[in-house]
Design a protein around this ligand. Structure first.
Ligand SMILES: [Zn+2]
Length: 100
């Protein structure tokens, strides 16, 4: 079930692909983007995976993260470049970043 754009409620208990902790039923989750950033891959090597909605994997982004970026970008318009927006969203303390 989609709670808000890019955030879903988990129907199952599963493992988070980012922090490796359990995602329990009813928790808020989001999906990783595949490595081609939205373009479909023929090989299907990098399918989207479920992560906690506050989890951000190293090598990709999530639907929820992209949502925040889009929201902030539309708020600031041309006063901020997308790169700056991404950097400022990324530097927020509330994310769980994937460890090396
Ligand atoms: Zn997680």
């Amino acid at each position: 079930m989609e709670i808000q754009e890019g955030v879903y409620e988990s129907d199952f208990t599963m493992k988070c692909a980012c922090c490796n902790k359990n995602i329990y039923r009813g928790e808020e989750i989001t999906r990783t983007l595949d490595s081609t950033h939205g373009m479909s891959t023929r090989s299907g090597k990098s399918r989207p995976q479920w992560v906690h909605y506050m989890c951000v994997p190293k090598n990709t982004s999530t639907e929820y993260f992209e949502n925040i970026v889009n929201e902030i970008q539309s708020f600031y318009g041309s006063r901020m470049t997308e790169e700056d927006v991404r950097e400022s969203v990324h530097s927020h303390g509330y994310w769980t970043h994937e460890k090396n």
